[in-house]
Design a protein around this ligand. Structure first.
Ligand SMILES: *[C@@H]1O[C@H](CO)[C@@H](O)[C@H](O)[C@H]1NC(C)=O
Length: 502
């Protein structure tokens, strides 16, 4: 205890010093940071969070004892060049009344596989924290993308080609998910993972025929926190025979934030390697690193005040890099942010706010909060916590982990991800480290570099930034397909066939 408070006091003193010595602009309050993040994507949600007055319109859906309502979705503006009958599509949307909440409802999309109902169930989680998974649905790996005239166009590489895929708006207050009670706002992975677990139980109760399918958890960015927590929660539920057994086979993290202690140490190194800062910038920026690392250590897996301190101290590293590189897009350093825009996802809000679409989705008057600044801030003490610690026991139980990262992303760069994956203590660590990198080939060209041992795989994806399925749709679909088939580390089937037939 003595030791702890002494350490804490010295961190606090250092924190004050660093606040005084840093440019004030680098220490933007989190609300401004979150807003800037959202503006950079050209998103303008009308509200900071979906907390609403209880709306009778929306409570009418649930009859007593029922905790999930789901309906078929038929988008009115789907361009349909291949004559797929819309009647045949198993496209659904729904709300789940969150069990451990006062009045929270979780919105989700469920797209049946275009291939077979026997395909695995995959759940996708977008990060933020506080951004809607519809961002991924319509810009990355969903069944269709939004054309400029706001029609939907089929995505040839949608992940629904090999899986039955769920997109969930969470934590509460994000996307179309909402509550009428502010106490339902989540602050940590315990709340997040319980809600996801409870949703999954309700979903399988609604779809008992799917409960025995293989199940995979996927997502991106801040989901590097959600995913390990959710996977561990499912595993714990299975072991305790808590509810319906979930056939959890693996979890995949794309450009995620999982082990901040290691990943914050990689920012300046990555920026230097990529030639966007100089060696002297690097050394200057990293002066705060020892302090950042000890703050993160204090934060650990369940700290509170120390985690906030770590957030403020460590994020000066990222802000200092951004201050030096100007209008560079930190999600893809090959690109510039034009004006204040790094990406333009504005069609998402335009599309989802159309009357015809809202009717199809059955969302009534619920607003679409593309990214929630309030959810972002509510999760601040969670940010610096280490989510790597729960992973080894999942690996020991044969549950697969794929960590993949687009090579040009700065914010959750591949270097930091590669480092924590290599540093992780588990029974196969030595063999993983010793295993050689092999090219990940798609159509005979190198789409990435793969390292694998047993249940653990790491893939550095070429020609991609933060949003791998958006930048490399075909390679990302191949990645998912081979990973769930267990053939990720095998040479491309086609090239093997080609060789044997020659
Ligand atoms: C909208 O754009 C899509 C894709 O470019 C095109 O196929 C479709 O015909 C357009 N629809 C209308 C109504 O112009």
């Amino acid at each position: 205890m003595e030791n702890y408070s002494a350490k804490f006091l010295s961190i606090f003193a250092f924190l004050l010093l660093s606040i005084l010595s840093s440019a004030v602009a680098l220490l933007r309050p989190p609300s401004i940071r979150a807003e800037k993040l959202i503006r950079d994507l050209n998103l303008f949600p009308n509200k900071p969070i979906n907390v609403i007055d209880l709306d009778r319109e929306n409570s009418r859906y649930f009859s007593s004892g029922q905790n999930i309502v789901e309906w078929r979705v038929k988008f009115p503006n789907l361009v349909d060049p291949r004559g797929v009958s819309l009647e045949d599509l198993g496209h659904h949307a729904g709300y789940y009344q969150i069990q451990r909440s006062h009045a929270a409802r979780m919105f989700y999309f469920f797209f049946e596989s275009r291939n077979s109902k026997e395909d695995p169930i995959v759940i996708w989680l977008t990060g933020g924290p506080g951004c809607s998974s519809e961002m991924a649905l319509f810009y990355e790996n969903g069944p269709f993308t939004i054309a400029n005239n706001l029609s939907l166009v089929w995505n040839e590489y949608g992940w629904d080609k090999v899986s039955n895929i769920l997109y969930v708006d969470q934590p509460t207050g994000t996307g179309f998910s909402y509550s009428s009670d502010r106490r339902d706002i989540r602050h940590d992975e315990k709340g997040v993972s319980n809600d996801l677990y409870d949703f999954l139980q309700a979903f399988f109760k609604e779809h008992p025929d799917l409960a025995t399918n293989d199940f995979y958890i996927t997502g991106e960015s801040y989901a590097g926190h959600y995913i390990p927590a959710f996977a561990a929660r499912v595993h714990r539920g299975n072991k305790a025979k808590e509810g319906i057994h979930v056939n959890l086979k693996g979890f995949a993290i794309g450009n995620g934030l999982t082990d901040p202690g290691i990943q914050y140490g990689a920012y300046a190194d990555y920026a230097l390697d990529m030639g966007i800062i100089t060696q002297s910038d690097h050394d200057h920026i990293n002066k705060v690193l020892p302090l950042c690392e000890s703050a993160i250590k204090l934060c650990g897996t369940d700290g509170t005040v120390s985690c906030m301190a770590a957030y403020f101290v460590c994020n000066t590293i990222f802000s200092s890099i951004i201050a030096r590189v100007g209008d560079l897009n930190y999600y893809d350093i090959r690109k510039k942010c034009e004006g204040s825009l790094c990406y333009d996802f504005s069609n998402l809000e335009k599309f989802l706010n159309q009357k015809s679409v809202r009717n199809t989705l059955g969302v009534g008057d619920i607003e679409f909060v593309s990214c929630s600044t309030t959810v972002y801030q509510a999760m601040l003490t969670d940010w610096m916590r280490n989510l790597e610690v729960g992973i080894p026991s999942l690996l020991e139980n044969g549950i697969k982990l794929l960590v993949y990262a687009g090579e040009y992303d700065l914010i959750c760069n591949w270097l930091g991800n590669s480092r924590w994956v290599h540093a992780m203590e588990w029974s196969g660590r030595k063999e993983f480290i010793a295993s050689s990198e092999t090219p990940f080939e798609v159509d005979g060209s190198k789409a990435g570099l793969l390292k694998n041992h047993g249940p653990l795989s790491f893939l550095k994806v070429h020609d991609a930034g933060h949003m791998v399925p958006m930048d490399q749709p075909k390679a990302s679909l191949e990645m998912l397909k081979r990973w769930i088939q267990g053939s990720l580390s095998e040479r491309t089937i086609d090239s093997v066939k080609l060789v044997s037939s020659m």
